[in-house]
Design a protein around this ligand. Structure first.
Ligand code: ZN
Length: 230
């Protein structure tokens, strides 16, 4: 990681008054884009200099990214980026998601129609934002996080919602497959889930979620086979 490479990434200098969330977003992007590669030391002073901020928000942002599993702090060494997920970790992540999310989709389909309407809107607006061109993977990652969170919220279990949020799965999975964005199948699968939920069809919603998670898992595992980093 060089200062120059970081400088290239940050087009708008972050002012001293910038809040921690913006610093966190900036560092998260550097890690997600591989500008700071996996398993690399994160220089706090270089980041502070490049982002034009004091070390305090950098330290707070790194602590927040540590809880998301993107960096790890080692005594005396400071922060480093975590390695990418292994195939076994990806399989385990989806094993967990397949336990909770089909249930969440099935249960969400029993919610009132006015409660499920925002889910349909979320898919439509994400699709519209992506347009015809190459979709920005970070926007899709954010849409994916919101979409799956909304379904667990509709299902009405705080424990399930928090358990999914704690995996930070969208960050780790999109960090893996940042190359080709497989946007079209993701949108189609999300739309099928959202429609089944909006139409109040629990069995279809559950089946659509199982289908989405298994095909997403297989897409990612396939992309890992051709990725020399994994
Ligand atoms: Zn999804």
């Amino acid at each position: 990681m060089t200062d120059q490479r970081i400088g290239d990434r940050i087009r708008v200098p972050i002012t001293r008054s910038t809040l921690v969330p913006e610093v966190r977003d900036a560092i998260e992007s550097l890690i997600m884009d591989g500008v700071i590669p996996p398993g690399t030391r994160v220089g706090m002073e270089a980041l502070a200099r490049e982002l034009g901020t004091s070390p305090t928000p950098i330290r707070e942002a790194l602590a927040s990214l540590e809880s998301a599993g993107l960096v790890v702090k080692e005594s005396l060494k400071g922060y480093s980026t975590t390695p990418l997920m292994t195939r076994a970790e990806v399989e385990d992540m989806f094993r967990f998601r397949l336990l909770i999310e089909p249930w969440a989709a099935e249960t969400a389909a029993r919610a009132d129609p006015e409660q499920t309407a925002p889910l349909t809107t979320e898919v439509a607006s994400a699709l519209a934002a992506a347009g015809d061109g190459e979709a920005n993977y970070r926007d899709i990652a954010r849409h994916d996080a919101r979409f799956h969170d909304m379904i667990t919220e509709l299902a009405g279990s705080d424990h399930v919602r928090q358990a999914l949020a704690r995996t930070h799965c969208h960050l780790h999975l999109f960090r893996l497959s940042y190359g080709p964005v497989m946007a079209a199948p993701t949108f189609a699968e999300h739309r099928r889930i959202a429609e089944s939920i909006a139409e109040g069809r629990p069995d279809l919603a559950k089946a659509a979620m199982v289908d989405h998670l298994t095909t997403a898992r297989d897409r990612i595992l396939k992309s890992m086979s051709s990725d020399p980093r994994t």
